[in-house]
Design a protein around this ligand. Structure first.
Ligand code: NAD
Length: 454
């Protein structure tokens, strides 16, 4: 497998993919090692994962540079991601004892009723490339804390980072064969679906998630899917500072080149503030430095995947044909690297693909609306359900709209953010199940109900 730098199109490394034999071998080793791992005390498992997090800090420049070289995100955003992963590990390790300990539910006379949280066993984590540290940590850290062994398949676009994670986990003290990396693309993922894992935890596209869910259904083991989104954002007419809202929401749409599962993917703006909002939004987008992601100050680097360039061009062509106006950008940047101009499309409507299918790139459609009701109806018009955001001076106004939307997350005066203390979950085509929070710690366990008399 060739690892290509999306900024330079150079091959950085060639790596041997896993085979049927090597995957089977790793799986067998995981099964044996898991038995011992689950009887190590939780305190010891917490200590190892805290050490793992500390190793991030000591190696941050090298890790950020590897991440940038394979996914193309600006170096500062790579550093931010690693620091973000550390914050999540902190929350998960600080709270593991509280949420994974046995729970006494009832005591009546000589009857004790309690819940015990047992590990699932050996779990399979097939992951995405856009935030390999963050989406990886969401799964393998709580899984390991709960006493599971993990087969981690990084995306083929973030293989080197996957290997760094494995190296640091070992250095931190994870025993041999408790964590393995499966190297490769779709065919290696397919091999994993054939093995008798005790749970499947997938982060990626709706298309692949649906396929995996159907494929593993007959195994009767837990399967969680963290999928894509078409996340809406509404700017109401009572926002206090339109300029600040425009800057904040533009960042929500374009951070990491729009390649975030919870990136703002469509914007609705009340007609009373529309003109000012658009003018400030455009100013913000035009202020960004585009270029090599290793250069200081660059906000827009290359896209991570070459084929996404043609996909975005097609969304733009479709939008123009349906009377969309391109106010900024609109095309690929020719030359070396998978660069695309940050693009703002106004006069958008829901017949356009850019308002319906996940763009996962630096392109945003904006629509003018007359009322909260119109905004709310348009926000609900989607098959996805990851996040939704409302900007308004009034909390009750925002909550009224957010309450009507079938999404796993609601934001008031913020967007494109994840907190380790809250469940991260999608609905409909955005998937199901939760990572992070107490729900995400317990997702890697099975409950046993103890009825104890005596
Ligand atoms: P993808 O679906 O193309 O690939 C994800 C993983 O699945 C990769 O490791 C890939 O090798 C593997 N895979 C592909 N086909 C497979 C098959 N047939 N069997 C088994 N494994 C297979 O997604 P991607 O491009 O890596 O990631 C982008 C998508 O992920 C976007 O839709 C984004 O919104 C979503 N995402 C969601 C979240 C979330 O938390 N909800 C987080 C990050 C990304």
């Amino acid at each position: 497998m060739k690892i290509v730098n999306p900024a330079t199109e150079e091959i950085i490394r060639e790596i041997q993919e896993d085979s049927l034999e090597s995957v089977n071998q790793k799986f067998k080793c995981l099964q044996v090692a898991q038995v011992d791992w689950q009887i190590i005390t939780l305190a010891k498992r917490i200590e190892i994962l805290r050490t793992f997090s500390d190793l991030f800090e000591g190696n941050i420049e090298a890790l950020a540079s590897i991440l940038t070289s394979e996914v193309g995100k600006p170096l500062q955003q790579s550093r931010n991601e690693i620091n973000g992963a550390r914050a999540r590990i902190k929350w998960l390790t600080d709270n593991a004892a509280k949420y994974l300990a046995d729970e006494l539910m009832n005591q009546e006379g000589n009857l004790t009723e309690r819940i015990s949280y047992e590990p699932l066993g050996v779990i399979c984590n097939i992951s995405a490339w856009n935030y390999p540290y963050l989406v990886g940590v969401n799964v393998f850290v709580p899984a390991l804390l709960a006493g599971n062994a993990v087969m981690y398949k990084p995306s083929e676009y973030s293989t080197l980072t996957g290997l760094e994670i494995e190296k640091l986990l070992k250095e931190a003290g994870i025993p041999n064969n408790v964590f393995h990396v499966a190297i490769g693309a779709r065919p290696v993922g397919e091999l994993l679906l054939e093995l008798p894992f005790n749970g499947y935890f997938f982060t990626g596209s709706y298309k692949t998630g649906k396929y995996i869910y159907e494929k593993v259904a007959s195994k009767m083991v837990p399967c969680q899917l963290e999928l894509g989104g078409k996340d809406p954002l509404y700017v109401a007419d009572d926002v206090a500072d339109v300029k600040a809202v425009a800057a904040g929401t533009a960042d929500g749409a374009f951070y990491n080149n729009g390649q975030s599962c919870c990136a703002v993917e469509r914007i609705y703006v009340h007609e009373k503030v529309y003109d000012q909002y658009i003018s400030e939004f455009i100013k913000e987008v035009k202020s960004w430095k585009i270029g090599n992601p290793t250069e200081a100050g660059v906000y827009i680097g290359p896209l991570s995947r070459k084929d996404q360039v043609a996909f975005l061009e097609e969304q733009i062509r479709d939008a123009i044909q349906k009377s969309g106006k391109i106010l900024v950008g609109g095309k690929r940047i020719h030359g070396t690297g998978y660069y695309f101009e940050p693009t703002v499309i106004t006069n958008a409507n829901h017949q356009m693909n850019v308002m319906r299918e996940e763009s996962f790139g630096p392109i945003i459609g904006i629509m003018k609306v007359k009322s909260d009701d119109e905004a709310s109806e348009l926000m609900r018009d989607t098959e996805y359900g990851l996040t939704a955001a409302v900007y308004s001076s009034s909390q009750s106004r925002a909550e009224n709209i957010l309450g009507q939307i079938n999404s796993g997350t609601g934001y008031w005066n913020c967007c494109d953010r994840v907190s380790a203390a809250l469940p991260w979950s999608g609905r409909n085509h955005s998937g199901f199940g939760a990572t992070l929070s107490h729900a995400g710690l317990r997702a890697f366990t099975k409950t046993k109900a103890y009825h104890m008399r005596g």
